[in-house]
Design a protein around this ligand. Structure first.
Ligand SMILES: [Zn+2]
Length: 69
């Protein structure tokens, strides 16, 4: 069992595919291999939950109507 003393080799660079991403700021990841950089604070994942909840709401409304009828 060899445990790396550096950053855990779990973050893979999406550009070059090498596990050389370092977290040099709390929200900024930087690739030592190809200088790829990602600032998580600037680009929050656009997980649009709006449409899903709208569809679920409509489904619930329809089911409620069916139960009432
Ligand atoms: Zn890279």
């Amino acid at each position: 069992m060899t445990v790396s003393t550096l950053t855990p080799p779990s973050v893979q660079c999406p550009e070059c595919g090498v596990h050389s991403i370092v977290e040099y700021k709390p929200t900024v990841y930087h690739c030592l291999k190809c200088d790829f950089e990602k600032d998580l604070s600037l680009s929050p994942e656009p997980k649009s939950d709006g449409l899903g909840s709208v569809i679920l709401g409509m489904l619930g409304f329809g089911v409620g109507l069916l139960i009432l009828l």
